[in-house]
Design a protein around this ligand. Structure first.
Ligand SMILES: Cc1ncc(COP(=O)(O)O)c(C=O)c1O
Length: 399
C-alpha cells in the first residue's frame, strides 16, 4: 500500500517520548517534560504586533515562493550584520522552518547511495531526511571526553568520492557543542585539501544566538569565503526569537542550489505564511536585547543543572557551550537492576525508568548515540530543580 521509502522512516524518538510523557500526565502523573526542543519564552510582543498589522494591511495573499522581497532583504542584512556573510536576495531560500529548507536541499541533491557526513550525536531529523531521499548516513562518532567535538582528522578520514554533504550543526542539538573559529578553520583546511572538491556543506546555525561564557559564534561561510559556492547556511527565527510555531526558516547558498530548492518548494507548499514572513522581518530587524537576555537565562539554567548533576553518582555530563540541551553519558547505568527486579537493558529502558520517576528525556539512540540521553532545559528553574532531584533519587534506587 505504501511506498518502499516508508519502510525506512522511523517514528520520531523525540515525539515518541513526548507522547509517553503526555500520556503519563493525562493519567495523573506529575512529569517534568524535558523532551522538546523549543524555548519556553513567549514570542516578543513587537513580533506579534507586526503580524497583526500585516493582517490589517492585507498582507494575506500568495507571496513569491522563496519569500517576500522585504523578508529576503532583511535576511541578507542579518547575514551581513551578524555573520559577515555577503549574499543577495536571489541567493536566499525561505521555507516553513529550517526543517523544510534542509529537506529541500537534500531532495534537490541526493541520489541513491550518496553519502552524508554528520558528527554524531546528531539531530534525529537529519538522519530521516537523508535516508528518505536514498542518501546514506555516515555518522562521525564523537566522544564525551572531547565534548562531542568532531576532530579534523576524523572528518578527513570520513570523506570519500561518494560524499555529497557534510552537515555541521553548531551549537549542536543534542550535545550543545559549539565549535570555535580555530576548530572551524581546521575543518576548512581539511575541506580545501580533500580530493573530493564537489560536495556541499550545510552549516545549520539555528542555535546561533545561544552560546555561553562569552564565546563568539562562528560560521563556515564567513571563515571560508573561498568555499562559499559549496556552503548552504541554514538559520531561522524558531529558536532565537521563540517563534517555533510561526514556521519561518531560511538559508543562503549558491544560486543554482537555491533555485533548485525553490523549484521543489513550488510543488510542496508554495511558501510559508505571508503573515509569519512579516513577523520574521520584525524579529530580524527589531531590538535584539531580549535575545541576549534569554541566552543568559539559558546559561544560568545550564549551570544550575550541571551543578546538581555533579552530585549524582555515576552521571557524567560534558559542559555544553550552547543551545539548550545536556547530553549526559548514562552507559554506567545500563545493566543495573530496578527496585522491581527488572534490568535496564539500554538507554530506551533508562529513559522509561526516569519517566516512571517523573522526568521525560529522550534516549541517545534517537540521536545516533545509544547509551546517552538528551535533556532540554528550556523550562523554568523550579522545574529543573525538581527534575534533578527526581533523577538523583531514581539513580540512587538502581542496584
Ligand atoms: C538542529 C536543528 N536544525 C533545524 C531545526 C529546525 O527548526 P525549525 O524548522 O523550527 O526552523 C531544529 C529544530 O529542532 C534543530 O534542532
Amino acid at each position: 500500500m505504501f511506498s518502499t521509502m516508508m519502510a525506512s522512516l522511523r517514528p520520531s524518538p523525540i515525539q515518541e517520548m513526548a507522547e509517553l510523557s503526555r500520556r503519563a500526565v493525562a493519567a495523573g502523573q506529575d512529569v517534568v517534560d524535558m523532551t522538546l526542543g523549543e524555548p519556553d519564552f513567549p514570542t516578543p510582543p513587537h513580533v506579534g504586533e507586526a503580524a497583526v498589522k500585516a493582517i490589517a494591511d492585507g498582507q494575506t495573499r500568495y507571496t513569491p515562493i522563496n519569500g517576500t522581497v522585504r523578508l529576503r532583504e532583511a535576511i541578507v542584512e542579518k547575514f551581513r550584520r551578524e555573520n559577515g556573510i555577503h549574499t543577495t536576495p536571489g541567493e536566499i531560500s525561505v521555507g516553513c522552518g529550517g526543517k523544510q529548507v534542509i529537506y529541500q536541499a537534500m531532495l534537490a541533491t541526493l541520489n541513491p547511495g550518496d553519502e552524508v557526513l554528520i558528527p554524531a550525536p546528531y539531530w534525529a531529523s537529519y538522519g530521516d531526511i537523508v535516508t528518505m531521499h536514498g542518501g546514506v548516513l555516515k555518522p562521525i562518532r564523537t566522544s564525551p571526553a572531547q565534548g562531542y567535538a568532531m576532530q579534523p582528522e576524523e572528518l578527513e578520514a570520513a570523506i570519500t568520492a561518494r560524499t555529497k554533504w557534510l552537515i555541521l550543526n553548531s551549537p549542536s542539538n543534542p550535545s550543545g557543542t559549539a565549535y570555535t573559529r580555530a576548530q572551524m578553520e581546521a575543518f576548512c583546511a581539511v575541506l580545501r585539501r580533500s580530493p573530493n572538491q564537489s560536495f556541499f556543506i550545510l552549516a545549520d546555525d539555528i542555535y546561533e544566538h545561544i552560546v555561553f561564557d562569552g564565546a563568539v559564534f562562528s560560521t563556515l561561510a564567513n571563515i571560508a569565503p573561498d568555499l562559499k559556492d559549496r556552503i548552504l547556511t541554514v538559520n531561522g527565527v524558531s529558536k532565537a526569537y521563540a517563534m517555533t510555531g510561526w514556521r519561518v526558516g531560511f538559508a543562503c547558498g549558491p544560486k543554482p542550489l537555491i533555485e533548485a530548492m525553490t523549484k521543489i518548494q513550488m510543488q510542496v507548499n508554495s511558501h510559508t505564511s505571508s503573515v509569519s514572513q512579516a513577523a520574521a522581518v520584525a524579529a530580524l530587524e527589531g531590538p535584539q536585547d531580549e535575545v541576549r537576555r534569554r541566552c543568559a537565562a539559558f546559561q544560568a539554567r545550564r549551570d544550575l543543572l550541571l551543578e546538581r548533576f555533579a552530585h549524582i553518582e555515576g552521571l557524567r555530563t560534558p559542559r555544553p557551550e550552547g543551545a539548550f540541551y545536556l547530553f549526559p553519558d548514562v552507559r554506567v547505568f545500563i545493566g543495573r537492576s530496578r527496585a522491581d527486579g527488572g534490568r535496564i537493558a539500554n538507554d530506551v529502558d533508562f529513559a522509561a525508568y526516569l519517566l516512571q520517576h517523573g522526568v521525560a528525556v529522550v534516549p541517545g539512540s534517537g540521536f545516533g548515540m545509544p547509551g546517552f540521553m538528551r535533556l532540554s532545559y528550556a523550562t523554568s528553574e523550579d522545574k529543573l530543580e525538581s527534575a534533578a532531584a527526581r533523577i538523583k533519587a531514581a539513580i540512587e534506587r538502581l542496584q
